[in-house]
Design a protein around this ligand. Structure first.
Ligand SMILES: Nc1ncnc2c1ncn2[C@@H]1O[C@H](COP(=O)(O)OP(=O)(O)OP(=O)(O)O)[C@@H](O)[C@H]1O
Length: 261
């Protein structure tokens, strides 16, 4: 494993045993993710995007092949808090303030109050929510709640962010805005991001690498380099190179579907 590799999957397989028989969710996944990359998983519903993210996070165990996260097993990496995880819904505790929600992982880690307060402030600033510490989740819009949940996942300063369709439930304008903010945050923090999405423009706008997956069983159909450079703004979506990469992803998704038959 190269020194700057953070995730390495070799021939990864996962079959769920269910009452209706086995479900082969992942098959022969080979994937390398390097430090500082922004990698998106895209593919039709049920192709195993979330399952692959959950395997990286040690929330599911593979049934074949191997995976290393920071040169360790996913379990060891989880114990060492290698990553923050952002879910589809913001999943904030309604009875805690925004500050209280961000504080929770830090409390579990036994970090003293004065340090916690500084970390809450720093992470709220990172997601442009300074001043919202004492509000409750219901007092914030959906987009703000999702930003608060990103601040929570960053609270203990993990090197890696695992994000499962964090903006899927938001309208397009809010999603565009959060996409820009996420890129800014990524540029500022240099964290490795692994991001699940259904949206081709979102994947192309955000990523350095796009993993196109195909269903039944979930495999990697194609890995596309997304060489749009740094300092991207939303206008980049009108450029020929953006349109070309989006087209390549769309074709990949189509061909991936055809693999099934
Ligand atoms: N805990 C589980 N037990 C049994 N089957 C599961 C479990 N989790 C996922 N699956 C199945 O594994 C396959 C992959 O599911 P997964 O949620 O990873 O897909 P996905 O690409 O993330 O889909 P979506 O885009 O709809 O979220 C699906 O067929 C799903 O029904």
């Amino acid at each position: 494993m190269a020194e700057n590799t953070v995730i390495q999957c070799n021939n990864l397989d996962l079959t769920f045993e269910t009452n209706d028989g086995p479900v082969h969710a992942l098959k022969g996944i080979d994937l390398t993710i390097d430090q500082g990359e922004f990698v998106s998983f895209i593919g039709p519903s049920g192709c195993g995007k979330t399952t692959l993210l959950r395997v990286i996070a040690d929330l599911e165990k593979p049934t074949g092949g191997d995976i290393q996260v920071n040169g360790m097993s996913p379990e060891e990496a989880r114990m060492k808090r290698a990553y923050g995880y952002v879910f589809q819904a913001a999943a904030l505790y309604p009875w805690r303030t925004i500050g209280g929600n961000i504080s929770l992982p830090l409390e579990v880690m036994g970090i003293p109050k004065s340090e916690r307060e500084a970390l809450i402030k720093k992470n709220l600033e990172l997601v442009n929510l300074d001043g919202f510490e004492k509000k409750f989740p219901w007092q914030l819009s959906g987009g703000m709640q999702q930003r608060a949940s990103i601040a929570r996942s960053l609270s203990f300063d993990p090197d890696m962010l695992l994000m499962d369709e964090p903006f899927g439930a938001l309208d397009e304008i809010v999603r565009d805005y959060l996409n820009e903010q996420l890129l800014e945050l990524w540029a500022k923090t240099k964290k490795t991001v692994v991001f699940v999405t259904h949206s081709i423009p979102e994947a192309v706008f955000l990523s350095t690498k796009i993993v196109v997956m195909s269903p039944r069983p979930g495999r990697i159909h194609e890995i596309i380099d997304c060489d749009l450079g740094d300092n991207r703004t939303l206008d980049i979506r009108e450029t020929p190179r953006f349109i070309e990469i989006a087209h390549q992803v769309r074709e990949g998704l189509k061909l991936g579907h055809a693999d099934e038959h």
